[in-house]
Ligand binder design. Structure first.
Ligand code: AMP
Length: 286
């Protein structure tokens, strides 16, 4: 497995793979890898001959109060996992290599970035889109795999790739959960035992709403309250609970159709967690 830190070396390596007729798979991550990330590696592996995983905690997608310095990091552990799971190259650049002195360019996907997480994190998705654009331009033609755990991010990146003619097939992979239902997240490492228990309020809220929807409930207020009351009864502080179109993320006000995204974000202590389910599409959560 190759470990590459220099962006241009990564670019040359990707070009070399394609020049040899290989199909490239790209798995962008911020590290502290878990089974969720590894499921993306497997999905990339199925469709490519060479899998490159990127490890980069992107500073510009964190607001100043969002604890960039507290984000979990585990380079040695990540490299060992990548080696064990057949990753061909890890690209782990320093921030100064990705953002050159005087860096001034941002990539913005407008409307899709405004609701859901974008409402409380106004600059977040411009940060994500900027770094993912850089990764796509370095990688060139490839299949890039993203998790549905970050559902809004996936839809934004699909739109960005389409709008900017990136030669990239964007693939969404299912959410990997613990047996308890808790969605795997690097941020779970920061949860104490009580917060971990409280964090189950997210998936339980989604599951309650999913059962109601399956039974025919279509009122936004009822579905929303089912999820929200679960967050509250677990002692979580809700950021948002939103029902939206699963493709263009436009929010529903009164009723939802047969297929709709239910997405939420909540704080367990100072750790912000997100989760979602596509009602009428995803398998039953419990
Ligand atoms: P992160 O390192 O948190 O930025 O995540 C990197 C990629 O892994 C993103 O595409 C995430 O959506 C995906 N991911 C994170 N957690 C999960 C999970 N539990 N299941 C599936 N994909 C995930």
């Amino acid at each position: 497995m190759r470990l590459i830190e220099d962006p241009f070396e990564f670019q040359r390596e990707c070009q070399r793979v394609r020049a040899g007729g290989g199909r490239l798979g790209l798995v962008p991550t911020m590290g502290a890898l878990h089974q969720g990330h590894l499921s993306l590696v497997s999905a990339a592996r199925e469709r490519s001959d060479y899998v490159a995983l990127t490890l980069f905690v992107n500073p510009i997608q964190f607001a100043s109060n969002e604890g960039l310095s507290r984000y979990p990091r585990n380079l040695d552990g990540d490299l060992a996992l990548c080696r064990d799971h057949g990753v061909d190259a890890v690209f782990a650049p320093a921030a100064a290599a990705m953002y050159l002195p005087g860096d001034a360019t941002r990539v913005l996907v407008s409307r899709l970035s405004q609701g859901l997480c974008g409402a409380s994190r106004p600059d977040h998705f411009a940060g994500v889109c900027t770094v993912v654009s850089k990764l796509f331009l370095l990688a060139g033609s490839c299949t890039a795999v993203f998790g549905r755990k970050d559902y809004q991010q996936l839809r934004i990146i699909e739109r960005m790739a389409r709008d900017l003619f990136f030669p990239v097939v964007v693939l969404g992979a299912p959410i990997v959960r613990e047996p308890s239902g808790l969605a795997l997240s690097s941020r779970n490492l920061r949860l104490g035992p009580a917060e971990r228990e409280a964090a189950l309020g997210l998936v339980r809220g989604l599951s309650r709403a999913q059962r109601l929807h399956l039974a025919g409930e279509r009122a936004v207020a009822v579905l929303r309250d089912a999820a929200l009351s679960s967050l509250q009864s677990h002692g979580l502080r809700a950021d948002y609970v939103t029902l939206a179109d699963a493709d263009d993320l436009a929010e529903f006000e009164e009723t939802v159709p047969q297929r709709a995204l239910l997405a939420l974000a909540a704080f367990a202590g100072d750790v912000r967690l997100i989760d979602n389910v596509v009602l009428g599409e995803d398998p039953a959560l419990t």
